[in-house]
Structure formats: structure tokens, C-alpha cells
Write a protein that binds this ligand. Structure first.
Ligand SMILES: *Cc1c(COP(=O)(O)O)cnc(C)c1O
Length: 439
């Protein structure tokens, strides 16, 4: 196995070159391995459940581009669709048939969405959804939850203030406090605090944005009673309930996390939904949608401005459409969910045998696990995980050719290309590492 120190490594060389020209050597921070240390793997190519790095080392990939690659890499039907689309032109800045087809698919698969607008990233979709919610309600305030990530728009880079009467503080330099003064940040799954916030501010809040199954603090579900209360309070106060399903859409189930909640809460629907990741199948594509009356407020129909040169890109829509057609094949999500569950239960059993605190959860092809005795319900609880232990697990797996997220607050993903063998290999490797962790 090529080790970074003992021999010349192309990963190291590329990282050195990258760091000279690209801040931190990466184009998105979590890729830099800052939390876990070491050299990021520069990916040369990928196929199915695997990718190969610049040193020719193969990895079983449990990130899948942070969620989009639900079919695995290089699925033949997707490749074919992309190649065909590409030959007809990369971008026109004029409408195309595939945008209509993709909108029809989304509206069919996610019943709460009556109209949809395509954009190029989850950040853009979430930012636009908030502007639309504000425009449609004529209100300024928004509610979000600690640990949920909705992209890096200024108003969303915020942590809780000192109390419910005060609004948030920026979490990034370059965000003026005035820009987050309308953002109220609450604790995830905390019903009493939610009720108090609505009692104080409910009638001036435009929207409540939430990751229903949060994949940006590893994997934390909104409890059924909490979600039910969010819905009731939003309805009562005229606040739009916005589901950020950039990660969970077409990932946890064909109808997204909202369909999972609708199984327990009859008739449950958000007012708006933000989508990304899987709908692009690995290409830059995202969307936001909702009820007709709200979506009709958007330009050119209504007064809320939103635009994009590459929005609904013809190659990206071909990639997304081909991906969405594959996931609609009978039994797709049952098989994916079964494999993901067997992965999490395999890891849980291996950790138990070694006496290492461990718990995990999954829905569809999305999973999370914690080096904790019980599943955390909010961000603060997630952060009680022992970072050094997580790093030992991460690097142990990486050395054994298994790639999981390089930070303990990220969810993981199984694709349809992961075989029972891949899962077995991974569980065996983890069992090995757990033994050393328990010493
Ligand atoms: C990834 C993600 C985003 C941001 O999407 P980008 O395409 O990276 O801008 C927003 N919300 C959630 C829930 C995400 O997981």
C-alpha cells in the first residue's frame, strides 16, 4: 500500500501544487481532511462503488460525491444519456424539452411540489427558496436549526444568539451581523423551544427551513412529534414550512424524507421543497418547488427575482433524468435500504463485539453512525463524539481502501452499485479497527 511518507506519492505532489494556487488546496472545505489530518485523495477515475486515487489505490466509496451518485459511478444508462445530450450542445440559454420532462418527473414523484424552478446548486436553491418565502409572505424573519446546513448563503451562515429574543450570530467572517439579524436559530428536536419561538415571533416569520433527516450533523432524524409540531405551528402562523431535501430527496425514498414522515403523519406535506444532489446524478443541478400560489410569485410571473445562465443545463438535465428513471425501477429503494441497513447492523455488531460504544441509523441509501452509546437528537449531542477515536477509525478504513466522510458530522451513502461483498469487506475492516480502538 503506498504510504505518504515512505515513497513518492502523486496525491502528496498534487496537494502541494494545489495548495500553492487554491486556498487549502481544495475547492470545497471538507475535502481538505482538515478535521482528520492527512492528505486528501485526488480522484483519478471511478466506476460503480469504487474510485481510484492518483496513486492507483482503489477505495470503496461511501461518499458518492456527498450523495448524488445513488446508482454508483459510471452507470451505463446515465453515461449514454449524457453522451447523447452533449453532442447536441452544452448550453443554450433558452428553454429545452428536457427541462419540461424533469419538471414533470419531480412533480410526479414529490406530490407537495406543484411547480418547480431548476438551478445549479443546493446553495442557490435554498437561498432562492428563502427569498421566495419572504416575497410571498411579505415577512423578513426565518427559522433554522443548529446543525442543519442549507448551503452557504449569507443569511444561513449563522449560529444561535444568546436567547430567543436575540437573533443569530454569523459563523463566517464576511457576513455582516445585519444580514443574519432576521435569522432565528433553534435547537433541533426541541419542541418547547420551538413553541416559545413561535409564540414570540411566529407572525413575523416567513419560513421555517429544516433538513427533515439531517445529514449535516451526521444523521439525526427530526422526531415525529417535533415534525408534527413544526407543521402545526407553521400552518397556524402562516409560516411556510420549507424542507431542505437536497440530501434526502430521492436518496432516503423515492418521495424523499417527506414521504417517510407522511407514513407516520397522515396527509403530511411541506409547503416548499429544496432539491439537489441526486436530481443531478452528479452534474450541477438543483431545484426548489412548492405550491402553485407561492411559485407563481417568482419572476417572470411575479415580483420575486431569480435567474441563472446555466439553470436547467441540457447536459445536467439529461444526467438527472436518466438517474431518476433508474431509481423508479421496481424494488430499487427496498434493495438499497436493505443493503444500507445490513451495513449499519454489521458495523454495530462488530463494535459491540469489540466493546466499542457505537450506534447507527439509516433510511434508504443514507446512513450515519456515532461512536456513542445512543443516537444523538441534536447538534450538541453529535459533537460529544470522541474526535480522536473517529479519526482513528477514518484513517484505519482509508488505509484499508475504504473511503468514508473525513469528518464526524457528515452522513454517508450506499449506492445501488455496492455489493454484499463490498459491505462485508468494509465490516471486516471496521471490526479489525474496533479491536484496536477498544484497547
Ligand atoms: C449539500 C447540501 C446543500 C448545498 O448544496 P450545494 O449543491 O453543495 O450548494 C444544501 N442543503 C443540504 C441539506 C445539503 O446537504
Amino acid at each position: 500500500m503506498p504510504s505518504a511518507s515512505s515513497q513518492r506519492s502523486r496525491n502528496n505532489d498534487l496537494f502541494d501544487r494545489a495548495k500553492r494556487l487554491i486556498p487549502g488546496g481544495v475547492n470545497s472545505p471538507v475535502r481538505a481532511f482538515k478535521a482528520v489530518g492527512g492528505t486528501p485523495r485526488f480522484v483519478q477515475r471511478a466506476q460503480g462503488a469504487y474510485f481510484w486515487d492518483a496513486d492507483g489505490q482503489r477505495y470503496i466509496d461511501y461518499i458518492g460525491s456527498w450523495g448524488p451518485m445513488i446508482l454508483g459511478h459510471g452507470h451505463p444508462a446515465v453515461l449514454d444519456a449524457v453522451q447523447k445530450a452533449m453532442l447536441d450542445g452544452f448550453s443554450f440559454g433558452a428553454p429545452t424539452e428536457r427541462e419540461v420532462e424533469l419538471a414533470e418527473e419531480i412533480v410526479k414523484l414529490v406530490p407537495s411540489i406543484e411547480m418547480v424552478r431548476l438551478v445549479s446548486s443546493g446553495t442557490e436553491a435554498a437561498m432562492s427558496a428563502i427569498r421566495l418565502a419572504r416575497g410571498a409572505t411579505g415577512r423578513s424573519k426565518i427559522i433554522k436549526f443548529e446543525g442543519c446546513y442549507h448551503g452557504h448563503a449569507d443569511a444561513l451562515l449563522v449560529k444561535a444568539g444568546s436567547g430567543l429574543a436575540t437573533f443569530g450570530n454569523p459563523t463566517s467572517a464576511g457576513v455582516p451581523p445585519e444580514v443574519v439579524q432576521h435569522t432565528l436559530v433553534l435547537e433541533y428536536n426541541h419542541i418547547a423551544q420551538l413553541e416559545e419561538a413561535f409564540a414570540l415571533h411566529g407572525d413575523s416569520v416567513a419560513c421555517l427551513m429544516i433538513e427533515p433527516i439531517c445529514g449535516n450533523m451526521n444523521f439525526v432524524r427530526a422526531s415525529i412529534p417535533f415534525m408534527q409540531r413544526c407543521r402545526e405551528l407553521c400552518t397556524k402562523h402562516g409560516v411556510l414550512l420549507v424542507f431542505d431535501e437536497v440530501m434526502t430527496g430521492f436518496r432516503v425514498a423515492l418521495g424523499g424524507a417527506q414521504s417517510v414522515y407522511a407514513r407516520s403523519i397522515p396527509g403530511f406535506k411541506p409547503d416548499m421543497t429544496v432539491l439537489g444532489k441526486v436530481i443531478g446524478g452528479g452534474m450541477p443541478l438543483a431545484a426548489f418547488g412548492g405550491t402553485r400560489d407561492v411559485m407563481e410569485q417568482l419572476a417572470p410571473m411575479g415580483p420575486v427575482y431569480q435567474a441563472g445562465t446555466l439553470s436547467g443545463n441540457p447536459v445536467a438535465t439529461a444526467c438527472g433524468l436518466a438517474t431518476l428513471r433508474e431509481v423508479q425501477k421496481p424494488g430499487f429503494y427496498d434493495a438499497l435500504a436493505g443493503r444500507t441497513r445490513s451495513f449499519v447492523s454489521g458495523l454495530t455488531a462488530a463494535a459491540a463485539q469489540a466493546g466499542v460504544p457505537f450506534c447507527g441509523d439509516s433510511e434508504g441509501g443514507m446512513f450515519g453512525f456515532f461512536l456513542l452509546n445512543s443516537l444523538p437528537q441534536n447538534y450538541a449531542a453529535v459533537m460529544t463524539t470522541d474526535g480522536a477515536r473517529f479519526n482513528a477509525l477514518f484513517h484505519g478504513l482509508l488505509d484499508r481502501g475504504i473511503y468514508i466522510a473525513p469528518a464526524l458530522y457528515e452522513a454517508g451513502f450506499v449506492s445501488a452499485a455496492h455489493s454484499a461483498d463490498d459491505i462485508h469487506t468494509t465490516v471486516q475492516a471496521a471490526a479489525d479497527i474496533f479491536k484496536s480502538l477498544s484497547k
